[in-house]
Design a binder for this molecule. Structure first.
Ligand SMILES: Cc1ncc(COP(=O)(O)O)c(C=O)c1O
Length: 411
């Protein structure tokens, strides 16, 4: 049953039915850990691959009255400031592999970038729509492959995010509409111009590439598993995952459900106020995903999406335990906390879409008004919470405003 709670400016839904109905649901087999090896092998063949750090914040855990806080820090993935390239690079590799009839074992990046492959493929223009990070991943991968990229971005995108895409040689097109309408524009343009679409959300008739993108993200889940094991850290009891279209969150959730079965971590999905389409879908219940429209304005640009991916939503609906809508001040607080670590905890540079989990955990733990919600989520001294910092300071101007000028304070 869905219980709705409103506290500390947060809106939350807890779905107690998902655990009871676990056996009625089918975990997404394409995200099974048994399928991760070829994905990891592919990423390991990319220039500059190394696992991103899993930072354990022991002092902050004590301060917040929880067992452990682990932050998987994606701020320096391949030097690109965000996790997203894991998905785009893998999907573009698979696309080329399939077109040339290559087996998984032949999908090494060196080979894909070779003159031989370029000759066999001819010239391709890859196209996508993005709030910034996914498009940068597509543009970077196209550059490495010696191919072209065209990247559409919604109105209001930060200048730095556009520049980072242009620096790869890709063409950036800033539209005058929101993210979801920008996706529709690039889909149409790609059809008209013969571009190859690499989109991180699905729609009817377009599922193969978004699935590969999601499989690309499983490398991150596998790294987390290895890092917990190597450091003999207790397994997470909770995972906080932020969502735009939901591809990222459903991938990690799908991976953990396949791995741990009924014992998978208690999973909370976080979204910004004006782009809470997953929350709206959860509120509507078991049916089709719901969309939200308008300008979707938020400092969490990567989460500024109004329409859930139809591949992601069924996974979230079947297995996510909770959904929380977070105003922008939650993300701003997370940025400040991660930039100012307690004692010898490591510093983490988090962008607005990356910091929301720590911001939320801190509010739930420290604000008296949130105590009831904290209790319902089971956040006590035995809780080990996994949070993903999905991006670094991808909008450095806003990052500084938040840190130096205290922008977006708690109300
Ligand atoms: C930094 C960051 N975090 C999280 C997300 C959310 O991913 P998804 O749209 O798959 O839900 C995005 C999406 O662009 C992002 O850029």
């Amino acid at each position: 049953m869905n219980a709705m709670i409103k506290k500390c400016g947060l809106r939350a839904i807890i779905n107690t039915d998902v655990r009871k109905k676990f056996r009625e649901k089918q975990p997404p087999t394409f995200l099974h850990p048994a399928k991760v090896e070829p994905v990891k092998d592919f990423h390991q063949s990319l220039p500059g691959y190394k696992p991103t750090p899993l930072v354990s914040l022991a002092n902050l855990s004590r301060e917040l009255g929880v067992g452990n806080i682990y932050v998987k820090d994606e701020s320096d993935r391949f030097g690109l400031n965000a996790f997203k390239v894991l998905g785009s690079s893998y999907a573009m590799g698979k696309f080329i592999g399939q077109r040339l009839g290559l087996a998984d074992g032949e999908l090494t990046f060196d080979y894909l970038c070779s003159g031989e492959v370029r000759k066999r493929l001819g010239g391709i223009t890859f196209a996508t729509a993005t709030d910034g990070n996914h498009g940068r991943g597509v543009a970077w991968t196209a550059q490495q492959l010696g191919q072209e990229a065209v990247v559409y971005l919604p109105k209001g995108v930060a200048r730095r995010r556009v520049e980072a895409i242009e620096e790869t040689g890709a063409k950036a097109v800033v539209t005058d509409v929101n993210y979801d309408d920008t996706v529709r524009l690039v889909v149409k343009a790609a059809e008209d111009k013969g571009w190859q679409l690499i989109q991180d959300t699905a729609y009817e008739g377009y599922e193969r590439i978004p699935r590969w993108i999601m499989q690309g993200y499983t490398t991150m889940a596998a790294e987390i598993e290895e890092q917990l094991e190597d450091n003999a850290l207790p397994r997470p009891s909770h995972v906080f995952l932020q969502a735009g279209v939901g591809s990222f969150a459903s991938t990690l959730l799908g991976y953990f459900v396949n791995k741990d079965k009924e014992d998978y971590p208690f999973t909370v999905i976080m979204e910004p106020e004006k782009a809470a389409c997953i929350f709206a879908s959860a509120q509507a219940g078991e049916g089709e995903p719901q969309r939200v429209t308008g300008d979707l304005a938020t400092i969490m640009a990567g989460l500024s999406c109004g329409e859930p991916s139809p591949i992601a939503w069924p996974i979230l609906r079947s297995f996510a335990d909770g959904y929380v809508v977070c105003p922008d001040y939650v993300a701003a607080r997370g940025i400040r906390i991660l930039a100012n670590p307690l004692g010898d905890d490591g510093k983490v540079v988090a962008g607005e879409s990356g910091s929301v989990g720590i911001g939320l955990l801190s509010l739930l733990s420290l604000e008296k008004e949130c105590a009831e919600l904290k209790g319902k989520l089971g956040l006590n001294e035995d809780a080990n919470i996994l949070i993903i910092n999905t991006e670094g300071a991808t909008d450095p101007v806003n990052y500084r405003r938040i840190l130096w000028d205290g922008r977006y304070p708690l109300p």
